[in-house]
Write a protein that binds this ligand. Sequence first.
Ligand SMILES: *Cc1c(COP(=O)(O)O)cnc(C)c1O
Length: 392
Amino acid sequence: MAMAQNSPPTARAWLEVDLAAVRHNAAALGARAGVPLLVMVKANAYGVGATAVCRALGVPFAGRTEGAGQAAPWGVGIATLDEAEALRAAGCLGRIVCLQPLLAAELHRAVELKVTPSLHRADDIGHWRALTDAPYHLSIDTGMARAGVRWTTVSTLRNALQGAAPEGVFTHFHSADDSLDSRVEQDRRFAEARAALADVLPADVLVHADNSAGIVSRTAGSPGHLARPGIALYGGMFSAELGLRQVVHLRARIIDLRHVHDGESVSYGATWRASGTRRIATVAAGYADGYRRHLSNAGVVLIKGVRCPVVGRVTMDMTMVDVTGVECGTGDTATLIGGDGTDCLGTEAVAALGGLSPYELLVGLSLRVPVVYHEAGLPPFPLMSSPVSLPA
Ligand SMILES: *Cc1c(COP(=O)(O)O)cnc(C)c1O
């Protein structure tokens, strides 16, 4: 992934990342949660750029004094030790917690990288304590069935915990975004597991569970001591109350234009045909740039502030758009995701057009295009609640 400081004048396609919007979203989520944040920056901060996000949020970095420590998150969360290594190599001095289980053979590397692992097997807990006095967090599975010790069997860890108390204990929700009942049930299982270990957990153990949906769905703040937002920080989750902002803006230039006549087709498979004469622009971004093929005949693109439909299949490097009636020419900029003028194609809304997950759409955006970071931010673009529709 290449990087540039300002809008690259010659780029065919690029991703603009609004770091002020990330700061705004972190502040809104922190205020809602009412507890410090363990900011999730796994997968290169969902494709947005982990180092840039950590710096923007005030995570301490070597050789930096300005802004350091000021309202910094409690720590940052990652999924692989390579991600931690990239952050350490960039000078990150903040707490890094790995939320994904590590293999026993990886624990020594976690020590070297000063990574706080999540552990849930007695052998690993013993191994960790033999290697280091550094903290770890105990991972409890309350129904996600992905990682951690099952809530009904935590007592099997009693001996291990007695010899090596965790700094934190956490669980992860599977449906906090669409089922309040399931979250309530997982809250209950998590409390039951902690109660079963009450005499072997330190009194000041850090309890955490909420992901973005957990934070957004609770009005009285997040339970425990920390919350772990990911997607909402990066503008991938609409919340009417929180006023979260769009973070990513995928732009590409028009590189060709033509008229297509009645009945003629556009792109592979001839899945779209013109009714009457239409003017078609070719935009220099395709699925290799993260603009997914699912958006074929479904996506909407902003050109000169006008919503224009994607026609035909999205190809690897180019996407065709119907610009009939829109005054535009070669070299003009199209916005495929994000804001232009007063309109904004929110990440979640664009994902919905293609039947995609906003997580998956975000993570793919920095495959090839250069990333332009706006430290001071762009004009703020609020997220939209409604699906993207075309002008009549
Ligand atoms: C990814 C992840 C999060 C953040 O989830 P979002 O839905 O993106 O807010 C929190 N906790 C764990 C363990 C995760 O893996």
